[in-house]
Ligand binder design. Sequence first.
Ligand code: ATP
Ligand code: MG
Length: 561
Amino acid sequence: MDNMNVAEPEVEKEKLNFIEEIIEDSIAKGVKQIQTRFPPEPNGYLHIGHAKSICLNFGMAKKYGGKCNLRFDDTNPVKEDTEYVDSIKQDINWLGFMWSEEHYASDYFDQLYLWAEKLIEKGLAYVDDQTQEEIRVGRGTITTPGTNSPYRNRSVEENLKLFREMRDGKFADGEKVLRAKIDMAHPNMLFRDPLMYRIIHTDHHRTGNKWCIYPMYDYAHGQSDSIEHITHSICTLEFDVHRPLYDWFIDKLEIFPSHQYEFARLNINYTVMSKRKLLQLVKQGYVTGWDDPRMPTICGLRRRGYTPESIKMFAEKVGVAKRDNIIDLGLLEWCLREDLNKKAERRMAVLNPVKVIITNYPEGKTELFNAVNNPEDESAGVRQVSFTREIFIESDDFMENPPKKYFRLQPGGEVRLRYSYLIKCDEVIKNEDGSIKELHCSYDPESGSGSSSDGRKVKGVIHWVSATECKQAKVRLFDRLFAVEAPDEAPEGGTFLDNLNPNSLTEKIAYIEPSLYSMPVGTHVQFERVGYFYNEGLDENGAPVYNRTATLKDSWAKKNQ
Ligand code: ATP
Ligand code: MG
């Protein structure tokens, strides 16, 4: 028996990303229940970068039988609003995720306050009267140590009294802060007595005027995680320098040991992704709102026609990296095509019409041709399209003086009308200014079922609609919102706004198959040869509006072959 050379069957091992490795390691070390959280600050709408974080946090919890909370990180009353809270919940649900528990960092203000007093009592926090500027200067630089605040050695009693007075509203904004007492010469600048609380006399969207002191991110985040027994606090790379401080507070307070892990934030070319900049685009009217279909926000992508599945596929393909990188916008479009190719029914619509008159076709006659709704999905069935003597074709499907290898319509040339006859162009009728008025063509009556009268082959197939039976729709065609690959890099003396693409939106009237007129709002459909479109409802004149989600041209796959 010689089976030495028999190869082992190849078992395809699932490749884990580094977060999965960390989680599996913790499970091996005895962590029973994986608990993650998605912690948005309700100061803007979610964007595709957040979608990446959502897919990761909810995805990990799901994969390992754990739970994911939604926690609003609402510690800054100045910028936050319930409008944002509602939109964030809607967007997460739309992506297909549901949180186990909904929390607000502001629900922990009482607990955080008590913990601050505990740190004061341990001699680990003090009230500082220095101005913001004095604190900044006192912190030193990366190469020089900081200097101690003259208030650093206040007694526990005095600190407690002052901190309570801060809470009770005795002081104006900026008059005092509470700082952790760590080390003004620490190599990590964040350890040089970081701020824990500042005074802000502003109503909070949830706690109203109950508080006039608000905790800083570093003081609130880890403790909020700890309260919820978060086992894996996953955040973006820029927080790695905060991790030691995250651990420090948890350690000194002797509370549940949550741990933070960082992954690279998602960046996409031709896109800005900071909420501050997106807000600026909205406020200054460069876009029509947070849900403008050119925005990288989740609500913008939804209105554009992106599907939750395509966004999740994108997050999956991007993967979880440890180092920052920039992802090609084409990958997002590729994911959309992958998804919609299977789901979207095909229809015909003409965006830049030229009228064609089939001179040998009887006036007033209408024939119905079967058209397959989706070649990728037999269950989508067939519909019928009406053929008449006058039709519209796309103006760039005709060339009077075409180059070689142009297989569409040309004088004396023949082309197949999708689902219908072969037509030949006999005459080009012009307007006085020389532009094309209409084309006179003749059809081959034997060619209706995909053949031709004498077996001749015709290469070009073009789409069309009946000029007498078609309806009209408004279509919105989008180009990238920014004209340059790295729009965050402002040109000299300018701002990122100078990188906007002035031609990112074109609106026009299209001639559409009648079946497109009455499609339910929210339908994704492919206009054959033109792109994927999303029906977003009716315009002010009662005509349907179709947003082009993406063209059919694949720029990404070609580049990445
Ligand atoms: P922005 O910088 O756009 O304002 P943010 O980080 O301030 O974003 P938060 O509401 O604090 O926004 O983010 C919630 C969560 O989403 C955080 O855990 C954050 O790390 C994550 N997140 C934000 N932007 C991205 C991104 N581009 N890629 C991946 N995760 C992100
Ligand atoms: Mg933030």
